[in-house]
Design a protein around this ligand. Structure first.
Ligand SMILES: N[C@@H](CCC(=O)N[C@@H](CS)C(=O)NCC(=O)O)C(=O)O
Length: 367
């Protein structure tokens, strides 16, 4: 009995001491780790990944930017639609790699697993790899404003930083992603207020509007299947993927997204009336446009705020949610005006499926 008491006491003491030491180590490690905010510059890739298949290109004969951009995307991902809306509106030529959302073979070479992702050729022939739709748009906009600095050099204005969020989770984000780096060359007529307004709505599009898409478009299993049928159509999956892969993407994707949308709905504190939240958001946007008393947020022409909201909404154009929004809100006038400009400025579509080395972007190619 005495032995048993001794052993118990010893066990408890060792356990308690071990536990305390462990907690203290974690406490100090945690404290220290909060000081470690890594800052990493965008990745450079020496050669275009040989195994990647270019699915199509948009070639604009009027594009004088000299940029060589490859966009890795899912056709109907809202963030990818945002990048395309921007590139198209700006009349920039680019190549597209349509990534299989389930198997993702075309981004296997990359340590970054999210789309949109771009590879942009730098002056030294290497490719700078950028992720995050807003960072991509800010980087290219910065370059369009001042083409004297190489795009590779400008990319270093957008490093990835690690930080701890309010739930003490270690997160990564891209610094300055809503900022255009005008340096000493601010465009004529550009004001601080305009910049702040543009940034505010770009942020709203990323932090609020986009989070309403999944809970709406995958609200029920029926709606999720209908949405994935639209993805298959819009992404031309019948051209790019064999039937088994297409079916896998539609069935696995629809069921997975239907389940994930429930988690997203809770995460973003949405009630069961998910359509109501979407209508409210669009009413906030159209009231802002009314307040501006101009056609677009950017005045006579769309700015990056208009293009962000348009791009995100365009991702669900074939879905029931979109049809309901057109019917139940005042979004359609502004939406179709932006769409017309985006389509009118877009380069000519050149379909191809090239394996291996990518030839340079061609110019003067017509449909
Ligand atoms: N903040 C990023 C979000 C990108 C993002 O979440 N993309 C999704 C597709 S819509 C993705 O790649 N998800 C795959 C994954 O998280 O592994 C951006 O603006 O580009």
């Amino acid at each position: 009995m005495a032995n048993f008491a001794k052993t118990t006491l010893l066990g408890t003491t060792v356990g308690a001491t071990g536990g305390t030491i462990y907690s203290l180590i974690n406490y100090w490690k945690g404290k220290e780790s909060h000081k470690e905010h890594e800052r990493t510059l965008p990745i450079r890739v020496a050669q275009f990944p040989a195994e990647v298949k270019i699915t199509k290109r948009y070639i604009n004969p009027n594009d004088k930017t000299g940029l060589d951009i490859t966009l890795f995307q899912f056709q109907t991902c809202p963030f990818c639609c945002k990048v395309r809306a921007f590139l198209d509106y700006m009349g920039i030529s680019y190549s597209v790699v349509e990534v299989d959302a389930v198997l993702r073979q075309d981004i296997k070479w990359s340590s970054q697993k999210k789309v949109p992702m771009v590879l942009i050729k730098q002056g030294d022939g290497m490719y700078v790899q950028m992720t995050d739709s807003s960072a991509i748009i800010s980087l290219i906009s910065t370059y369009l404003n001042d083409r004297r600095t190489d795009i590779g050099e400008l990319a270093d204005f957008y490093p990835t930083i690690s930080f701890f969020d309010i739930a003490d989770k270690n997160k990564l984000d891209i610094m300055n992603k809503y900022f255009l780096m005008f340096q000493e060359r601010t465009p004529k007529g550009h004001t601080k207020e305009m910049e702040q307004m543009e940034r505010k709505w770009r942020t709203w599009a990323d932090q609020h509007l986009v989070h309403l898409i999944s809970p709406n478009c995958y609200q029920s299993l029926d709606e999720a299947f209908e949405t994935f049928q639209w993805f298959s159509e819009a992404g031309e999956w019948d051209i790019h993927f064999p039937k088994w892969e297409r079916d896998l993407m539609v069935y696995v994707g629809a069921i997975a997204m239907w389940m994930i949308s429930k988690i997203l709905k809770r995460r973003h504190n949405l009630s069961d009336d998910v359509r109501g939240h979407m209508y409210d958001a669009l009413n906030i946007w159209t009231s802002e446009l009314d307040k501006c008393k101009t056609k677009f947020l950017g005045g006579k022409k769309p700015n990056l705020g208009d293009l962000a909201v348009y791009g995100i909404l365009s991702s669900m154009e074939g879905c029931q949610t979109f049809k309901d929004c057109i019917e139940k809100t005042k979004i359609s006038g502004w939406y179709y005006e932006v769409k017309q400009l985006v389509q009118q400025n877009r380069g000519n579509l050149l379909r191809e499926r090239i394996e291996g080395q990518v030839p340079p972007l061609l110019t003067n190619v017509s449909n």
